[in-house]
Design a protein around this ligand. Structure first.
Ligand SMILES: Nc1ncnc2c1ncn2[C@@H]1O[C@H](COP(=O)(O)OP(=O)(O)OP(=O)(O)O)[C@@H](O)[C@H]1O
Length: 316
C-alpha cells in the first residue's frame, strides 16, 4: 500500500504537485491519470525518494522509502526506460542491480524470461529498441519480486503487441495481490487497464474513484435523431416531457431517453425519422473536460449537458 498525505512539490514559483492525498491499494491496478505536465512524474519520483517533497509525506507499507531495509524488495519502478548502462548487456545490467541489492543472481534469468528478453540477454542494451528498453526496465522493476510496482507511462512508443503485453502483465501482477500504480495521459489506455483511477490536473487531485464509477458517472448516454418533420417532432417530444437539444446538421439530442421510447412516440404521431440512435460520450471527452474545468479558471463555456464529476475531499 502507498499512502500520500498532503504531498506538495514546488519548483521556484511553480507548484508541480499541490497537496495530494490518496491511497494506492493492493490487488488492483490503480491508474494515475493527468494531462502532460500535471505532475505525475514528479509525484512518482517523490514516492521513490528521488525528489524531496516541499511538504507532505509518502508512506510505503507505513514506512518512508528511506526506512525500507532493501527497497527493491518492497517497491519496483519503471520511470525512465533509458536509464540503463548502454555498454552492458541486458543480463549484466540486471546482474549489477541484483548484486547491489542483495538479490540472488538466479533471479536475473527469471525476470528476463518473464519479460521475453531471454534471447537477447547477451546483447548490449544500447542497440535495444524502445520496446525492448521498456521490457528491460520492467525486468529491473520485477527483480526484487516486490509487492508494489510503479510504471510511468509504460506504453509510450510501444507497438500494439507490446502494449497488449504490458496491460496483461499489470493485470496479472495485480491479480497476484500486488499494488500496481501506473501513470498515463490517455483516458482510453486507463479504461482498458485500471480498476481504480486517480486523476490530477495542475498537481491537484481531481478524482479518486473506481473505474466502474468513473465510467458510470462520466459516460453520458443520450439519443440522437433526425427527422424531416423536426418542428412537429420537437412539439411531440416536449409534450412527453423530453427536452431535445439542437446538435447541428438538423440533429437533435435527448438526455434521459431511450431509442424505444422516442421511436414509439414518433410512430404514434406518424413522424418520419431519418436517424434514431443511442450514443455514449467518450471517456476521453469526460477526462478532458474534467481537467480543463479544474485547471483553467478563464471562461470556457460549459456545454449544456457535459459529463459530471465531483472533486473529492482531501484525506483517505
Ligand atoms: N526539475 C524541475 N524543475 C522545474 N520544473 C519542473 C521540474 N520537474 C518538473 N517540473 C514542472 O512541474 C510540472 C509537472 O511536471 P511532471 O513531469 O511531473 O508532469 P507529468 O504529469 O509527468 O507530465 P508528462 O506527462 O508531460 O511527463 C511541469 O510544469 C514541469 O514543467
Amino acid at each position: 500500500m502507498i499512502e500520500l498525505e498532503g504531498l506538495t512539490k514546488r519548483f521556484g514559483s511553480k507548484v508541480a504537485v499541490d497537496d495530494l492525498s490518496f491511497t494506492v491499494r493492493p490487488g488492483v491496478v490503480t491508474g494515475f491519470l493527468g494531462p502532460n505536465g500535471a505532475g505525475k512524474s514528479t509525484t512518482m519520483r517523490m514516492m521513490l525518494d528521488l525528489d524531496n517533497p516541499t511538504s507532505g509525506s509518502v508512506r510505503i507499507d507505513g514506512k518512508h522509502y528511506r526506512e525500507l531495509q532493501e527497497p527493491l524488495k518492497y517497491i519496483g519502478a519503471l520511470l525512465d526506460a533509458k536509464a540503463m548502462h548502454g555498454g552492458r548487456t541486458a543480463y549484466h545490467n540486471l546482474l549489477c542491480l541484483a548484486q547491489a541489492n542483495r538479490i540472488p543472481a538466479s533471479r536475473v534469468a527469471e525476470v528476463l524470461d518473464t519479460v521475453g528478453l531471454t534471447a537477447v540477454a547477451k546483447k548490449k542494451t544500447k542497440g535495444f529498441s524502445l520496446g525492448m528498453g521498456q521490457r528491460l526496465g520492467i525486468a529491473s522493476a520485477l527483480l526484487g519480486d516486490p509487492e508494489i510496482l510503479m510504471f510511468d507511462e509504460p506504453v509510450n512508443g510501444l507497438d500494439p503487441e507490446g502494449i497488449h503485453w504490458i496491460r496483461n502483465l499489470m493485470k496479472q501482477l495485480a491479480a497476484e495481490g500486488r499494488t500496481i500504480f501506473v501513470s498515463s495521459h490517455l483516458m482510453s489506455e486507463m479504461a482498458l487497464t485500471a480498476d481504480h483511477l486517480i486523476v490530477i490536473g495542475q498537481g491537484r487531485l481531481l478524482a479518486d474513484t473506481s473505474m466502474a464509477d468513473f465510467i458510470h458517472q462520466n459516460s453520458r448516454s443520450y439519443v440522437r435523431l433526425r427527422s424531416p418533420q423536426q418542428e412537429r417532432l420537437r412539439d411531440v417530444l416536449h409534450q412527453s416531457g423530453l427536452t431535445p437539444v439542437e446538435a447541428g446538421n438538423g440533429t437533435l439530442e435527448i438526455d434521459g431517453a431511450t431509442t424505444e421510447q422516442v421511436g414509439e412516440l414518433a410512430a404514434e404521431h406518424r413522424i418520419v425519422l431519418h436517424e434514431l440512435s443511442s450514443q455514449r460520450a467518450s471517456l476521453e471527452e469526460a477526462f478532458m473536460q474534467m481537467t480543463a474545468s479544474a485547471v483553467e479558471y478563464h471562461a470556457h463555456s460549459a456545454p449544456g449537458h457535459g459529463p459530471q464529476w465531483a472533486p473529492r475531499d482531501k484525506g483517505a
